[in-house]
Design a protein around this ligand. Structure first.
Ligand code: FES
Ligand SMILES: [Fe+2]
Length: 441
């Protein structure tokens, strides 16, 4: 494990480093770091909604190195405040939910969902509490998760991404804990070659198997990218065996730590996509969030859930530990599984990015032509971090209602006529609103 000491891990400006490793600073996201300030300009998923129903105990939450507590007060309001009590630093995850807030169990100070101290029962001065305010962040509930805005000023609009639309019947939400830095995990999502290798498995499900043939196609891909208002769009074209047609896969990097790709929902055909977020817990761990969406309302969530639960240990960790080489099964690698870690693609992604080290060292890389989207995403993050330092909104932050429509976040996996182009196919899908207008379940 190579927890690289890096000058960029500190606070302050963007390091003026040239050449390889100049974007290493993006890995570090504690408050005050350039990348930390960038990621804090966007809504981030922080907890599963199912973990904080009415009457639930307070939930400790660690995000980008900040220790916070998420709680639902006895009036049903949800707040995210500093985990340390503002009096003498007691852990508020031990707090009592009562009287319109969370009460510290040490001396009874009571904080509301906005972090205001509303009672100090043992203090002499009745107004002393008015001078106490715990750090607090706005919270929004959507798509089976709580989201926080941890930046300064007015939060941007919550983005209306297609995968977050619709009710629970259209979507499956879950998360996994990855024991490595967020950036390498995020970069794995915009690396179109790995589907043909890492994820090559003998799937048991027949429909999935038929569709996955397109993904697992090993002919050398032609990858092209274009900037979008929210990130980078990737076109991956591959020749089809025994046919003049072309296989096309359209996926997206979504600023600053998300992506929109075709995934499990693909067996239901067009009209679905998976969005992933890799949210830093701290420099050495992240949450991989999955929002799997299909507008037909026919997602087979039970089989997905069964597969995921069989791979999970407590706390949304993977059952397969790195120290045991993730229980790799060499026998299965002979014919069934390229990686030998079973059929679950999330497990493949998490294991392989963990294997790159706690903090992937960019100095040791030899990037190839197929890493084109990763290179562009790093530059885009770097440009955006500079925008933030200059006091401007970075790319993808939504402030106006008319910009909050993401029909252009096209995700597709298909075989197209050789006379057509991937770009024309993308424009067609964007204009026919494939992801919009939910079909009745
Ligand atoms: S430490 Fe919390 S009330 Fe004293
Ligand atoms: Fe993957």
């Amino acid at each position: 494990m190579n927890a690289t000491p890096n000058p960029a891990a500190g606070t302050g400006g963007i390091p003026e480093v040239r050449g390889a490793g100049r974007h290493q600073y993006l890995a570090f996201t504690n408050r005050g770091t350039p990348a930390g300030e960038l990621l804090r300009r966007y809504w981030q998923p922080i907890a599963l909604a199912s973990n904080l129903g009415p009457g639930a105990p307070p939930l400790p939450v660690r995000i980008m190195g900040e220790d916070l507590v998420l709680f639902r007060d006895d009036l049903g309001r949800v707040g995210l405040i500093d985990r340390k009590c503002a009096h003498r630093c007691t852990d508020l995850a031990l707090g009592r939910i009562e009287d319109g807030g969370i009460r510290c169990p040490y001396h009874g100070w009571l904080f509301d969902v906005n972090g205001r101290c509303i009672e100090q029962p043992a203090e002499l001065s009745p107004t002393a509490k008015d001078r106490v305010k715990a750090k607090s962040y706005p919270v929004h509930e959507a798509a089976g998760a709580f989201w926080a805005y941890m930046g300064p000023g007015e939060p941007p609009l919550f983005p209306n991404y297609p995968a977050l639309m619709g009710g629970d019947q259209y979507r499956y939400t879950c998360r996994w804990r990855g024991e490595c830095n967020w950036l390498q995990a995020s970069e794995g999502n915009i690396d179109p070659v790995h589907t043909s290798y890492l994820h090559k498995v003998e799937l048991t499900d027949e429909t999935m198997r038929a569709r996955w043939g397109v993904f697992a196609n090993k002919s050398r891909p032609a990858i092209s990218i274009e900037d979008t208002r929210f990130g980078v769009r990737l076109y991956t074209k591959r020749a089809m065996p025994d046919s003049p047609a072309t296989s096309v896969r359209i996926t997206n990097f979504v600023m600053p730590n998300a992506c929109a790709v075709g995934g499990f929902e693909g067996y239901l055909g067009n009209g679905g996509l998976t969005m992933l977020w890799d949210v830093p817990i701290d420099d050495h761990a992240h949450w991989r969030w999955e929002f799997i969406f299909h507008r037909s309302g026919k997602l087979d969530k039970e089989s997905l859930d069964a597969q995921y639960q069989s791979e999970k240990a407590e706390g949304d960790r993977m059952r397969r530990q790195q120290e045991q080489l993730f229980m790799q099964d060499r026998e299965s690698m002979k014919e069934k599984a390229y990686l030998g870690l079973g059929e679950c693609f999330s497990v493949h992604d998490i294991a392989i990015t963990q294997s790159q080290g706690l903090i992937h060292d960019q100095i040791d890389e030899h990037l190839g032509s197929t890493d084109i989207a990763i290179v562009r995403a790093r530059r885009m993050l770097d440009e955006a971090a500079r925008e933030v330092q200059a006091g401007r909104d970075p790319r993808g932050v939504v402030r106006k209602a008319e910009d909050n429509d993401f029909r252009d976040m096209v995700v597709a996996t298909n075989v197209i006529d050789p006379a057509s182009t991937a770009e024309a196919y993308c424009a067609l899908i964007a204009s026919d609103g494939t992801f919009f207008g939910l079909d009745p379940a």
